[in-house]
Write a protein that binds this ligand. Structure first.
Ligand code: HEC
Ligand code: HEC
Length: 369
């Protein structure tokens, strides 16, 4: 069927030099083990903050789960039936129109064809390159080494084509806003600040604004260079929470209170940064996460009266009932629970090793490899 047609070229993409059979590796008990190359893809595209990690959306696909999910089942059957991709719900979810729910990963997550092939190949039990890290010979690869860092740190959620934030990191090589070679908007706005002209100057990490943005502790004066990345959004203040509850309890109306009090909390997709609210960089109309909080009253894609993805019996915003609204539960949450992670999500800075990897990639000319 359709899926089989897609599979053949995908598997061919795994052009193999060093290969190893991995499905029978350790004899008994091997079914629980997820090979590092597969785990790396799951970590990069699925086990991201608020998604498939412990305490968030099931299954927990993180490395910490130890592959416990492999022997479990989801709403569409066993996640994995080795040797039988047609009866593996995990594989089904990675293709168009699965029998239950949506195709994964949800935007802005991305799984490249070659990554998809690796996962499907593992389930199918075919041979594939045993080293999925691509860092043979000390060379840094963008797709295998750098992109997983950007994905795991949440950079892609905010920095994508058509988002309220200028720099595209989902496709960093695109014109004119791709991370590599694009002009640093802060240097443009504040030439006297002396920040590097380009976000990434291929071959020169010290002249790349990206590296400044990732330094921990952050070294740039926020007045001339904005915030450190990944942007650590502040949760709502007590006053903002009280205003939100009061507006919902009064009927969540599209009125002056919404415009004056609530919209500044959610944000406005035409403005950037902390000055643009706390939600709409990710929740906007053009391909962001549902719900669209730049128009919360849209009956299909908005929040008011719209059922929650987490709990179809609850509304994201139930007019007159702040307590029962999923949105209120998510902004009040301090840890992941039945309705996913707290909103807005917060991110960890890069580790020293991760920063070294990004530097090494820029130093090597920021190649698309
Ligand atoms: C929660 C949303 C969010 C996340 C997550 C995030 N950013 Fe940003 N980023 C922004 C916003 C908003 C700005 C513009 C304001 C500023 O520079 O402080 C920005 C600006 C930048 C800039 C400067 C662009 C320019 O031209 O001035 C770079 C480079 C950058 N981010 C890289 C990253 C990287 C790399 C990550 C992940 C490690 C990341 N960002 C994660 C929201 C985010
Ligand atoms: C950095 C990106 C980002 C920001 C900023 C953000 N969200 Fe989210 N939001 C997500 C992602 C990813 C999901 C899906 C996974 C989850 O719920 O944990 C989500 C899910 C939700 C949901 C659940 C929708 C449903 O169907 O049940 C609500 C409600 C929500 N967010 C509200 C907010 C609010 C309110 C803010 C601002 C206070 C906010 N978000 C800020 C990324 C973000």
């Amino acid at each position: 069927m359709k899926r089989r047609l897609v599979l053949a070229p995908l598997l061919a993409l795994c052009g193999c030099d060093q290969v190893q059979r991995i499905d029978e590796a350790g004899g008994s008990g091997s079914e629980g083990a997820v090979p590092p190359a597969v785990q790396q893809r799951l970590t990069q595209s699925c086990a991201i903050p608020s998604c498939h990690v412990s305490g968030s959306v099931a299954p927990d696909l993180s490395e910490a789960s130890g592959g416990a999910w492999v022997s479990q089942s989801g709403a569409g059957g066993p996640y994995v039936t080795f040797g039988d991709v047609e009866n593996s719900f995990l594989v089904e979810k990675l293709f168009e129109a699965p029998s239950v729910g949506s195709q994964m990963p949800l935007p802005p997550g991305v799984l490249e064809a070659v990554d998809l092939a690796l996962i499907v190949g593992w389930v199918a039990g075919v041979d594939f390159p045993d080293d999925g890290t691509g860092s043979g010979g000390g060379e840094v690869s963008y797709s295998a080494d750098v992109r997983p860092i950007f994905a795991a740190k949440g950079c892609l959620a905010c920095h994508h084509d058509d988002s309220a934030v200028d720099v595209d990191i989902v496709d960093p090589f695109s014109e004119p806003n791709g991370l590599v070679g694009s002009v640093n908007t802060w240097a443009e706005a504040y030439p006297e600040g002396g920040t590097p002209m380009l976000n990434v100057e291929p071959g020169d990490p010290d002249e790349s604004f990206l590296i400044d943005k990732l330094a921990d502790p952050y070294v740039v004066d926020p007045a001339i260079g904005g915030a450190a990345m990944p942007l650590n959004l502040e949760p709502l203040t007590d006053q903002e929470l009280a205003d939100l509850r009061a507006w919902i309890d009064a009927g969540a109306n599209d009125d002056a209170t919404f415009e004056d009090v609530i919209r500044p909390i959610f944000g406005d997709e035409t403005r950037l940064g902390a000055r643009g609210g706390k939600c709409t960089y990710c929740h906007h109309s053009f391909g962001g996460q549902p719900p669209n909080l730049s128009d919360p009253f849209d009956p299909d894609t908005g929040a008011v009266g719209v059922p929650s993805l987490f709990d179809a019996d609850s509304m994201i915003i139930e007019p007159g009932n702040a307590e029962g609204s999923i949105l209120v539960q998510k902004v009040e949450a301090t840890e992941a629970g039945a309705v996913g992670g707290p909103m807005p999500p917060t991110y960890e800075p890069l580790t020293d090793d991760e920063l070294d990897t990004v530097r090494a990639w820029v130093e090597a000319g920021a190649p698309d490899n």
